[in-house]
Design a protein around this ligand. Structure first.
Ligand code: ADP
Ligand code: MG
Length: 541
């Protein structure tokens, strides 16, 4: 008896399908992508019992000629790729010719299709390795694929599925997210005979955003800065959440590369890095980014469901995405600051309260917050956060022009444990660029010889600084992390009494910052209670 033998066709089919059809939502993905590739304007998805009983996708696209129906179901048959050379420049969502074959390998599948010009349509069924006869059938123009009894012949796959409602939710969430990239198409989703949602072709992208993210979020989302997005061979567009409006996970960070909905670790990093100093640790902004690159710069052929891609010039793309996000947030922060501290020029005055124009510092609260008011609103400023932002931007500016430090008259000697000393070694260059000069001075001992300009006589808490660094999200640029931490350890802390003039000067300097609204760790620097908020507290509105 030979031990090694060839697998039978049915088993081979199931193994191949395993990579592509993981769960009901994978079937929906393959079929909806086919519909889009076929130029459909309207796509209807009917689901029964979470997709386990039935998934049906109907479209009004170009259809399939009757004699080609069996071919569409065969593995490695596609109309989207002529030869290996074209793999370099795939412009369709599909190209491997495996979608329908993989679905048929694990479910009872039927295609009914009619080309728009043809008088009548045709149907063909398939299951496992069997493909049925072509039969004429009445049908509207376009294609309908019915997939019944998913995984009935692969019981082990069924066991890995979640409940019907959880599987349905995956379908709904994938489809609605996918629809973001196709705002001019109509999508309809039904479950167990009931219409769950309809996304009619939208007049513009914001309208589609509102359907997916909700109207309020969609209105608040910032459109990416077109100027910053220019340094790319392709196109970068998108909408991102404003600072302060974020979520506990990354699920709503939607990314399309050449129309394909993806997860990309690289670009998730660019997202985090772009929001550095705008989002709090552990919180995630949301939004949608559309990246269109020349097809030959993208290799979608690295993942069976094409849910990740390899990018040529990935580092450059990372940098453009990061910078575009940062520029968008910066522009918005300056606009908001100007709006919230009207009149635009912070005319600080210490006039008595009845004088009512310009922003006035009224008091310090709890030695932590500054209370100020303009003609109509109350402003609460977190003194530490505000000062941190000012110091951070001063450090960044000084680092950029390379003139940053002030020598100490008496160097400070610090001794550290091995872990902290290793961590400090890794930050010495970034610290030096930020104006903090620390030299190794024997085993695990360091000499602090110069501090950032204007740092004052405060002693630098090296150990505290290093501990803070290790709490920071890893994906952030190391220099940004070091500078943010440096800023944090160099400024007024909560609990410190401030003179009125000190408070006024703090606000004045905050006004000149790139991002006056947030400290470098992403916490807000100020809260504004405008007439509407105040009226609401008194139940007037
Ligand atoms: P791929 O999408 O990678 O080409 P599929 O197995 O998903 O592979 O589909 C095989 C072929 O069947 C496609 O290339 C296309 O020509 C045809 N096809 C599939 N679905 C549709 C559809 N909804 N409308 C028109 N043609 C379709
Ligand atoms: Mg396909």
């Amino acid at each position: 008896m030979p031990r090694i033998r060839e697998l039978d066709a049915v088993t081979i089919g199931q193994i191949a399908a395993g990579e592509i059809v993981e769960r009901p939502s994978s079937v929906v993905k393959e079929l909806v992508e086919n519909a889009i590739d076929a130029g459909a304007r309207r796509v209807t998805v009917n689901v029964e019992r979470g997709g386990l009983q039935l998934i049906e996708v109907l479209d009004d696209g170009i259809g399939i000629a009757p004699q080609e129906l069996p071919l569409a179901l065969r593995r490695h048959s596609t109309s989207k790729l002529g030869n290996a050379g074209e793999l370099e420049s795939v412009a369709t969502l599909g190209f491997r010719g495996e979608g329908l074959a993989s679905i048929a390998a694990v479910a009872r599948t039927e295609i009914i299709s009619r080309e728009p010009g043809a008088p009548v349509g045709a149907r063909v069924g398939a299951h496992a390795e069997w493909i049925g006869e072509i039969e004429p059938a009445p049908a509207p123009p376009g294609t309908g694929v019915r997939v019944a009894g998913l995984f009935e012949n692969v019981p082990v796959r069924r066991e890995f599925l979640r409940s019907e409602s959880a599987e349905f939710n995956r379908i709904s969430s994938w489809l609605s997210t996918f629809a973001l990239a196709y705002p001019d198409r109509t999508f309809v989703l039904r479950h167990d005979g009931k219409e769950v949602w309809v996304m009619p072709a939208a007049a513009d992208e914001r309208e589609r955003l509102a359907m997916v993210f909700g109207r309020k979020s969609a209105q608040a989302m910032l459109e990416l800065d077109a100027e910053a997005a220019r340094m790319l061979d392709g196109r970068l567009r998108g909408y991102i959440s404003p600072p302060g409006d974020d979520r506990p996970d990354r699920r709503m960070q939607v990314l399309f590369v050449n129309g394909r909905l993806l997860r990309s670790a690289l670009l998730a990093g660019a997202w985090t890095s772009g929001y550095a100093t705008y989002a709090m640790t552990g919180r995630h902004p949301y939004g949608v980014i559309f990246l269109d690159l020349p097809p030959e710069h993208v290799d979608p052929n690295v993942h069976p469901t094409k849910s990740d891609v390899r990018l040529r010039y990935g580092t450059h793309v990372f940098e453009v995405v990061r910078r575009t996000i940062a520029a968008t947030l910066g522009g918005d922060a300056r606009k908001r600051f100007a709006r919230e501290t009207q009149p635009p020029n912070l005319a600080l005055s210490f006039a008595p309260p009845d004088a009512a124009d310009g922003l006035r510092v009224l008091a310090q609260l709890d030695r932590t917050f500054i209370l100020a008011a303009d003609g109509e609103a109350i402003l609460l400023i977190d003194q530490h956060a505000a000062h941190e932002r000012i110091a951070y931007e001063a450090i960044v500016a000084a680092a950029k022009c390379g003139a940053a430090s002030e020598p100490l008259l008496v160097p400070q000697i610090v001794e550290l444990d091995p872990v902290r000393s290793g961590a400090l070694d890794r930050t010495l260059d970034a610290l030096r660029e930020g104006g903090m000069e620390i030299e190794p001075f024997g085993e695990r001992t360091y000499r602090l010889v110069a501090t950032p300009f204007g740092y004052g006589a405060r002693t630098f808490d090296v150990a505290g600084f290093i501990d803070d660094l290790s709490d920071e999200p890893k994906q952030r640029d190391v220099r940004e992390r070091v500078w943010a931490s440096l800023a944090c350890h160099s400024v007024t802390v909560a609990g410190e009494a401030l003179e009125r003039e000190e408070m006024a000067s703090l606000l004045e300097r905050l006004q000149t910052c790139e991002n006056p609204m947030h400290c470098p760790h992403g916490r807000p620097t100020m809260v504004r209670l405008g007439p509407q908020e105040i009226a609401r507290m008194f139940k007037r509105v």
